[in-house]
Design a binder for this molecule. Structure first.
Ligand SMILES: Nc1ncnc2c1ncn2[C@@H]1O[C@H](COP(=O)(O)OP(=O)(O)O)[C@@H](O)[C@H]1O
Ligand SMILES: [Mg+2]
Length: 210
């Protein structure tokens, strides 16, 4: 369980979150809905340790983190970026192993083994050595998911996972999310598509403009 208490975040004078509270339950899918600029991406980035938190108490599986002007860098959330953000000059396999090998000091051999397992699980076994440009949209989305899963995250966060996809692929993403749910993964999905949210989510969190 991931509890967020009294989270504050500003950019300059602009308040994005003011005493924000929310609890993400284990094994559930939470869809985050809300207007553009509401802070959805910022929330995911803070939970992924990519954006500083002004102030918050975060309780993860009973462990309490009191944060003040610092990053929540616990590596609990694997981030599937909007528009995939794969490195174009690196192969699929290189995209997957880059961060675990560079920042987490996983051996290259172990990272490659894990990457190949994930690629197989996501129907991408034959694509490790190709470059992202040669992949379809759905394949890129699955590579982005595999990359997020390389850190064995407790939670997977997706930023607008369907925004670059047509409706058939949208259904495939929904199936992937529901499949991960069946594995017991906690997931947070930012979307502006209420129908998609209804399809995948156990809980819906609405964020608003301040
Ligand atoms: N690094 C940043 N510096 C300054 N302002 C930012 C930064 N990132 C986001 N913002 C602002 O914070 C607000 C929330 O952004 P964001 O989290 O991307 O919203 P959403 O994903 O809901 O559209 C927006 O007004 C955006 O312009
Ligand atoms: Mg966003």
């Amino acid at each position: 369980m991931l509890e967020i208490k009294n989270l504050n975040k500003k950019f300059g004078d602009k308040v994005i979150f003011d005493q924000f509270n929310y609890t993400f339950n284990d094994n559930e899918v939470t869809a985050i809905l809300g207007p553009s600029g509401g802070g959805k991406t910022t929330l995911l980035r803070m939970l992924a340790g990519l954006e500083k938190i002004d102030k918050a108490t975060i309780i993860f599986n009973g462990k309490v983190f009191e944060l003040e002007n610092e990053f929540f860098d616990q590596n609990i959330l694997g981030f599937v970026f909007q528009d995939f953000q794969l490195f174009p000059h690196k192969t699929v396999l290189e995209n997957l192993i880059l961060s675990p090998v560079q920042s987490q000091k996983v051996s290259k051999k172990n990272a490659i083994q894990k990457a190949n397992e994930l690629l197989a699980r996501l129907d991408l076994a034959d694509f490790g050595n190709v470059y992202p440009f040669s992949l379809s949209g759905g394949q890129k989305q699955r590579v982005a998911l595999a990359r997020a899963m390389m850190i064995d995250p407790e939670i997977i966060g997706y930023d607008e996972p369907t925004s670059a996809l047509d409706s058939e692929l949208r259904d495939q993403v929904a199936d992937l999310i529901l499949e991960n749910r069946a594995f017991g993964t906690t997931q947070i999905v930012v979307t502006h598509d209420p129908e998609f949210a209804q399809k995948i989510a156990d809980q819906i969190l609405k964020v608003n403009l301040k």
